[in-house]
Write a protein that binds this ligand. Sequence first.
Ligand code: GLN
Length: 433
Amino acid sequence: MGSVAFDAEDRWNAFITICRRAGHGDGPLAGVPVAVKDIISTAGIQTTCGSLVLKGYVPPYDAHVVELVKAAGAAVVGKTNMDEFGMGTTTESSAFGPTTNPVDTTRVPGGSSGGSAAAVASGMVPMALGTDTGGSIRCPAAFCGIVGLKPTYGRVSRYGLVAYANSLEGIGPMAGNVEDVSRLFSVIAGPDARDATSIDRPYTHTPSSDRIRGLRIGVPAEFFGEGVDPAVAERVRAAIGDLADLGAEIVECSMPSMAFALAAYYVTCTSEASSNLARFDGVRYGPDIVSKRSWHEAYQEHRREHLGKEVRRRIMLGTFALSAGYYGKYYAKAQEARKNVGEDFARLFADVDVIAGPTMPTTAFALGEKTADPLSMYLADILTVPANLAGVPAISVPCGTVNGLPVGLQLIGRHCEEELIIDAACAYEEAQR
Ligand code: GLN
């Protein structure tokens, strides 16, 4: 790839901070400008999480992944826009204004890693880091027509990632093609003693289209169920037909736990968020508490003024779900449903190698279309959250358009079998050229 200059004008509000640094060294990413989602800590560079509560906060250390991309010779050229603390599907909840979709600027880029996706799709950078708690890499990749990989839980260290929902999330690569996603993944994957959930599985694979022949691909009926735009379903069915033409064997199957997956996800992520976000009290990070009233009032004022509506909604929901008397009814039930999702995947993966379906049920929404109705925005995550609940890897690869807007094909794999979904995505991508 060589060295690429970064002198782009950000017409999409993809970046919260631009640093225009140069890479150095002769590593595998020598001279490559990489954009980093603004929830990943960067030493000496403001890290806001898309929130006023962290405006001006400059971390004293780099996240593990940032250390790695720098050591590989890449330049961190900016911090990308995102839904506040990763809570959203459109990048509209950012305190720094929405990012627009480079394919159609009247549309959202998806979220929550919308800035990273737009930075890549607009051509400003060849690759970017995003995070995925419930689809935040795959959704914007699908909406902007790029490739995004959510790795196996633990395969990439979360050290230096500001926590939203620890048990669900991870950092992953986004790029214009499968090869670049694979290249960035090989730089960031591997063990790290500073993340207790880190697993010792480095990635050194070179994508190959050869393994598609004889690959067994399961297609759960639920991925084409209610709420999935028929035109999107048709496009993805056609893509799966292309995989069959390349020699894959298509197996129709079922994933009954999908009925509860979205509810399980939203109870879990809000519960974890309510605990994680307690640290933003105005004392340790961000703007100082200005109130001269009691501590209690000062905290209230600080959080009311500096946390956005969606973040406050989720803290309230999670606090409720965890409260005495409701814990068994909500949180414990959600964990049961989460277990069922894992069991469904285990059962399916005993028979098939990869599971395929749409990444998102629709194409990119119009800006503002869903902001007044949070529930309808949550529903858009139905096809991405199962992989997070089970901790398995999933990739979104562009598979054509509907009315000019990109559609993503999602390929989900067994734990630590990123190699296989990357190879399947590579075969598909190659056949489209
Ligand atoms: N849209 C989902 C949410 O709002 C996913 C977000 C994410 O993956 N960070 O929670």
